[in-house]
Design a protein around this ligand. Structure first.
Ligand SMILES: Cc1cc2nc3c(=O)[nH]c(=O)nc-3n(C[C@H](O)[C@H](O)[C@H](O)COP(=O)(O)OP(=O)(O)OC[C@H]3O[C@@H](n4cnc5c(N)ncnc54)[C@H](O)[C@@H]3O)c2cc1C
Length: 426
């Protein structure tokens, strides 16, 4: 479908929904692309854009002032109007307006969807007191207050965020149980071999895992005092963290005929399908990446927020000034990191695409290690624990392999130092 062209206008108004990292970077890019009109960023949180990854790490550990999380505002975004503590309730794409919850209507010539995700809540009966999620500064302040030494924390969910919370809480002297339906922590995307290695590291520091099971009831008066698990176990707990994934904030886009099945479907320029005047970026954007098969997918990684926001802002800024967008294919390599007990886990590429063939490439699973995820013998993703000096080498291999997918020269297999460990292919 040919996107509906906006009337070329260097002036007019660009509205950005979401005042976080994606919104900030997109506003900056719209301006850099030559748009000279008004840019208004509407954000539900009362804060200027801030950095979320430290929330489950240093900020929860108490070593960081939340105010220090704020991003510096670059000069290109210096004249942006920030409407903070205000929520967009709806948009009418045909009329080119957004309606705020307080009834204000803002007309726009360009719209950026940068409204991210919210934590999924467990549909488990029981008292609400003592149940936490972790996405915002306020969430961390509340949780930090509850994590006094000796408190009993139950983390429901064993993904990266659940594991980071568990690690930080152990360092605060909290008793930690982790409950998850999977066989190992971070089963997707790490898979069993590396997930099991991660579990051993946590257990060595006193975390207790309850895997292959889910909570069916929270017990207590106004406040949780225990969790009943599906296998009949009753776990005492004063504090519960629900770390069971996130839900895209798409409701305000309803009624416009968009594909909102998992975030907002975009094309490879980050244009919301069929529109040249609406783009999306960050965690909410579902876009095709030619490096990894071209299937539209959302990627909840910090580095991808910057890449998509820059591209989306550029695309929109160019459209609003009547110029063509950058013709180069948008093919960012996903990358992610996690910090647990002072060790850095780094992932790049898409390990999920190589889930059937997982091999230790370097190092030792119970120490520093590089694990490769292959499809048809080719490296689709790498996860490092430690081994920071190997980062550039493996990242370059992933990029070369991806190039090969697009017709470049194959990467010689002997360039990948492979060493299988005791038949430990997952
Ligand atoms: C605790 C935590 C730890 C993380 N750690 C890592 C890590 O170690 N490594 C890594 O790669 N990534 C990490 N991430 C992921 C990374 O932080 C996210 O990918 C990134 O924050 C997404 O940015 P965003 O701008 O797309 O969305 P968000 O940061 O979610 O921002 C969206 C904003 O839009 C606002 N909004 C939503 N709906 C509306 C509306 N209708 N009207 C107005 N405003 C609205 C929201 O309130 C929010 O402020 C972590 C995330 C969390 C929560």
């Amino acid at each position: 479908m040919t996107p509906t062209q906006p009337a070329p206008a260097a002036t007019g108004r660009c509205v950005v929904v979401g005042a976080s990292m994606g919104g900030l970077r997109a506003a900056e890019a719209v301006r850099k692309a030559g748009f000279t009109g008004e840019i208004v960023v509407v954000g539900e949180e009362p804060h200027m854009p801030y950095n979320r990854p430290p929330l489950s790490k240093e900020a929860l550990g108490g070593g960081l002032d939340p105010a220090a999380l704020r991003f510096r505002i670059p000069r290109a975004a210096g004249d942006v109007t920030w409407r903070l503590g205000e929520r967009v309730a709806a948009t009418d794409l045909a009329a080119r307006t957004v309606t705020l919850e307080n009834g204000d209507v803002l007309a726009w010539t360009g719209l950026v969807v940068a409204c991210g995700l919210r934590p999924r809540r467990l549909a488990v009966p029981g008292p609400p007191g003592g149940r936490h999620v972790i996405r915002t500064i306020e969430d961390v302040q509340r949780l930090r207050d509850a994590l006094s030494p000796g408190a009993r924390l139950a983390v429901v969910g064993a993904g990266f965020i659940g594991c980071e919370v568990a690690a930080t809480a152990r360092e605060l002297g909290v008793e930690v149980d982790v409950i998850a339906p999977t066989a190992v922590p971070v089963e997707r995307p790490l898979r069993r071999m590396l997930g099991a290695a991660l579990q051993r590291r946590h257990e060595a520091r006193g975390v207790r895992f309850h895997l292959g099971v889910a909570p069916v009831e929270f017990r207590g008066g106004d406040h949780v005092t225990s969790l009943l698990l599906g296998d009949g176990t009753e776990l005492p707990a004063d504090v519960v963290v629900e770390a069971v994934g996130c839900v895209p904030n798409v409701e305000w886009l309803d009624g416009n005929g968009l594909d909102l099945t998992d975030g907002v479907l975009c094309d490879d320029r980050l244009r919301v399908e069929g529109r040249a005047d609406v783009v999306a970026c960050g965690d909410i954007a579902r876009f095709p990446n030619p490096l990894f098969g071209g299937v539209p997918r959302r990627v909840e990684h910090w580095s991808m927020v910057t890449e998509t926001a820059r591209r989306a802002g550029h695309t929109l800024g160019r459209a609003l000034t009547g110029a063509e967008p950058d013709p180069a294919p948008f093919a960012p390599i996903p990358s992610f990191w996690s910090d647990q007990y002072g060790m850095r886990i780094q992932s790049f590429g898409v390990p999920d695409l190589g889930a059937e063939d997982v091999r230790v490439l370097d190092g030792d699973l119970d120490d520093e290690v590089a694990v490769g995820y292959h499809r048809d013998g080719r490296l689709m993703g790498v996860v490092l624990i430690g081994l920071r000096s190997h980062y550039m080498r493996y990242r370059a291999l992933i990029a070369e392999n991806a190039e090969h997918d697009r017709g470049g020269a194959p990467v010689p297999q002997d360039r990948v130092a492979e060493r299988t460990v005791g038949g430990s292919r997952a």
